[in-house]
Write a protein that binds this ligand. Structure first.
Ligand SMILES: [Zn+2]
Length: 181
């Protein structure tokens, strides 16, 4: 039962990634941020609805609400803008091909291997997994539509933890790659 739920949540996580692709926009970054928050609230609602359905559909007499480990939720999401292209990104999963955006891929390679924690000789303090961050995904999404020549020209919203809607401080990997907020 728990495995089924985990698989369903993974589908919701993937669906969130699909929804948050690039789009052409004249919106400023604060509008993009509000859109992101709306999407994230819907995402959390979808998971809550899943729990309720699971409970209602259970035939067991001892049925109880299933527990959802917070690790199964997408940990972080962000919005970004580069000229007239907006996009979002989440920390769920990895991209299929990091090589399609060489200026960013080259920076990622400097801090370590995709999918591994960043190199401690380069990144001090807490080290995140290279290539996983929402900032990276949002940048790649924009780059699909509009080639980014200068990474520092990407404008970002605050990063959010969807489960709680708390804002998240930029990680050490991203400070190295995108600069300080
Ligand atoms: Zn990061």
């Amino acid at each position: 039962m728990q495995t089924d739920i985990d698989q369903l949540i993974d589908l919701i996580n993937q669906n969130l990634n699909k929804k948050l692709d690039f789009y052409t926009t004249t919106d400023n970054i604060s509008v993009i941020e509000n859109n992101l928050k709306t999407q994230l609230k819907q995402y959390v609602k979808a998971i809550e609805q899943l729990r309720i359905n699971e409970y209602l559909n259970s035939k067991s007499k001892k049925r109880k609400m299933v527990f959802i480990d917070y690790n199964t939720f997408t940990a972080c999401a962000i919005g970004a803008k580069y000229f007239n292209i907006g996009a979002y990104g989440t920390s769920h999963g990895y991209l299929l091909n990091y090589g399609v955006f060489m200026p960013l891929f080259n920076k990622l390679k400097k801090i370590g291997q995709i999918g591994r924690r960043s190199n401690k000789n380069i990144i001090k303090g807490k080290r995140n997994f290279v290539g996983k961050c929402a900032e990276v995904k949002a940048s790649y999404a924009i780059n699909k539509k509009n080639r980014i020549t200068n990474i520092s020209d990407i404008e970002f919203t605050k990063a959010y933890r969807p489960r709680t809607m708390q804002t998240i401080k930029r990680c050490n990997n991203c400070v190295y790659i995108f600069g300080n907020v």
